[in-house]
Design a protein around this ligand. Sequence first.
Ligand code: GH3
Ligand code: MG
Ligand code: MG
Length: 409
Amino acid sequence: MAEILIIDTDSVQAGTVAEHLRVHLEVSSTIFDSVESAGEKIASADIDIMAIILNLDASPENYSPFPDMPTIVVTNGMPTSGRQIAFAANVLDYIPDCRGYHLEYVLQLVKRVMFARNAKILVASKEKVNRTLMRKLLGNKGYSIIEASGAKAVMTSLYEHKNICMLLIDGDMCEEKNFAMIKNIRNDFKKNQLSILALCDRAMEYQRIMLLRCGANDCIDKPLRIEEFQVRVMLNLQLMEVISELTEFSNRDFLTRLYNRKYLFEIGSALFENYKRDALELTLAMIDIDDMKSINDTHGHLVGDMVIKKTARALNSNLRSADVIARIGGEEFCVLATKVRQDNAFAVFERVRKSINEEIIDTPAGPLKFGICIGATTGIRDSFEQMIHDADTLLYKAKAAGKNRVIIG
Ligand code: GH3
Ligand code: MG
Ligand code: MG
């Protein structure tokens, strides 16, 4: 699991930051009181380090003691040294406050590192030297960077790589003949998926307007001013991050953090069409908690909620991360599994059922054991809706046959 290193002589302050990161971002941190002791840990290479938060009274040249690690500097330095810090390739940002961390700001920066670790930036120019320059300006801030040497390579990379969230096009690819490329990209990659930044001459007014009209998010003036370049990249990434958070929020169920009904139907129909076209196996399971009403009546709604969360955890831990697991109603769930073979489906879902039914939960109203019913269809049907309907029928049969059981069809 990825970790943050906090280097600070004040262990109480550092502890507060660590706790804040744990509670709000579920990130773990290790605290060191010196660069030397942190260095030993880094050298031992037995942890995956996400970023370093450095709060030491160091001179500006020491603000970047580990040049390969994204670093957040908390400093009481003057604004001039602040700018020196900002230019250090791996410094994500600096927080000029000597009397303590700006916790909310640290949180935002760490969130950006987490986002950057999963995000890729594609830099495009016909000239290697320009691509190398852009790569250098982006620095070691945790971004993973890919290069493309022309319009064709841009398109290939966008389709081949997952999670490219930003495309930087250098001036030599901003000419009129490249407008069509941007339009084409926008057919498949909307602004909420991919941010396109064009680096072009300030004087080329027509070109800039057309780039923006064809789908670029922003233009950055050439010749480049380093700090402006970095700030614009960061602001556009921040926007992508907010969009991705909002999308995630609108696709998730609040209580269990599983996908919600809306997402299941969006992804389900698309997945179904792909699997049908390629004649692949798809398994759809409907899951319903047994006697939920009576659990609520006997133990109260809070325990009822615990039961729903426990079911969600059991589904998560017994199925693959590629499977779509959704809470589609109060105590009803649906699983769309792409790698569960027909002959293996019963074993997979029986394992889920057992893991729930075998555990006893302590509640104020006494011990509680509960069951679930699962109805699952394997193989492909005529439509996604038909698969849901068939799985529902099997679920109903499981209830009618005495509950706490799995029926596969
Ligand atoms: P069966 O075994 O036939 O499925 O019976 P059941 O009682 O589980 O089914 P029924 O459809 O009669 O009741 C579902 C209950 O689930 C009623 C509702 O109060 C409860 N429920 C729905 N959503 C939530 C929730 O978010 N939290 C809690 N605690 N209960 C919920
Ligand atoms: Mg129900
Ligand atoms: Mg029920």
